[in-house]
Design a binder for this molecule. Structure first.
Ligand SMILES: Nc1ncnc2c1ncn2[C@@H]1O[C@H](COP(=O)(O)OP(=O)(O)OP(=O)(O)O)[C@@H](O)[C@H]1O
Ligand SMILES: [Mg+2]
Length: 306
């Protein structure tokens, strides 16, 4: 068997051309999408997927055409959150049609390809030592294929729900021909902000990726009986991250037990409880995200594609 040291040039695989062809295919596919926005955190379980889904639904209600891509290859949840886990995928001559969900959202997730809800995504590697690198590479490849094979059609925005881990944004940014920025989700706890800071540093300093702003999730709880608002975390220093990175806080989303309930029922909360404080906060978040994107495009930063 040849080892990589024994291979002269590209070993006859024409790999450079293949990669160029893939990048070109992806660029053409994404040309019908005005903005590409990631939802990231670095920290797990802070509400990224639920926020991605409800922000997408809010933007759709406000009149935008919205797609949502689940970039969490190993722990996908978007299809479940939108109640489309069992919808069949349709393949056309042009590629795979995204599944349609509430508010006209177009959804794509690896979950839609898995036979059963509990099926894990397995990657094989020659040795355990190789497994980490191999998995990272396979995740990025799977993401690229999914993006390139999906007929998204015209979209104002494609929201990408990222998995936890500070190394995940680079995987996405590496494969995208352009990227308009990401929202960073944190809880008010110091522990959450500590990990989120690493993700922001990675995005900004190492990958020169625009961070549009912070979303503080579970920032307090509004009592459903008396409307009194109280903190959920002992020290809610919401401004610490914002000050340190000079990032605007785009929204403070309160905790609401009905949010989890709606998620379990596969319905965007904002559609079921449009007047609840949490939905109103999503409305403000959506408007601020649109303002950020339009302002950046006006400044000539990776605006709508030609
Ligand atoms: N504001 C909120 N109020 C009530 N529950 C919330 C709120 N935000 C998130 N949750 C709940 O927290 C849990 C975790 O949310 P979610 O799965 O969206 O997080 P995540 O950051 O995507 O997790 P992972 O890192 O595993 O991808 C879910 O049960 C969700 O319903
Ligand atoms: Mg998630």
């Amino acid at each position: 068997m040849k080892r990589y040291r024994d291979i002269a040039g590209d070993g006859g695989s024409n790999i450079v051309r293949q990669v160029q062809a893939q990048q070109e295919a992806l660029r053409k596919r994404l040309a019908s999408i005005t903005y590409l926005v990631g939802v990231m955190s670095g920290k797990g379980g802070v509400g990224k997927s639920s926020i991605a889904v409800n922000l997408a639904a809010t933007l759709a209600v406000q009149g935008w055409q919205v797609g949502i891509l689940d970039a969490d290859i190993n722990g996908p949840s978007v299809a479940r959150l939108l109640g489309v886990r069992d919808e069949p995928l349709r393949e056309t001559a042009d590629g795979i049609e995204p599944v349609r969900a509430a508010a006209g959202l177009k959804v794509m997730s690896i979950d839609l390809f898995l036979p059963r809800e509990e099926s894990p995504v397995l990657w094989t590697a020659p040795t355990q030592r190789d497994a980490y690198t191999w998995r990272g590479m396979m995740e990025a490849l799977a993401l690229r294929e999914m993006l390139a094979d999906t007929c998204w059609g015209p979209l104002d925005v494609l929201i990408v729900d990222l998995p936890p881990g500070t190394d995940k944004l680079p995987n996405l940014v590496d494969i995208l021909p352009r990227f308009n920025g990401c929202l960073t989700i944190s809880q008010p706890s110091q522990l959450s902000q500590f990990v989120v800071a690493k993700a922001i540093a990675m995005a900004r300093e190492w990958f020169k990726t625009p961070v549009l702003g912070l979303v503080i999730n579970m920032a307090g709880h509004v009592c459903s009986h008396c409307g009194h608002e109280e903190a959920l975390f002992p020290v809610e220093d919401l401004e610490a991250l914002s000050r340190r990175w000079q990032l605007p806080i785009l929204a403070r989303l309160p905790f609401d037990p009905k949010f989890s309930l709606a998620a379990d029922q596969g319905r965007p909360y904002v559609l079921d409880c449009p007047q609840a404080p949490l939905s109103l906060a999503f409305g403000r978040l959506a408007s601020r995200v649109k303002d950020c994107l339009l302002a950046r495009a006006a400044d000539g930063h990776s605006g709508p594609s030609p």
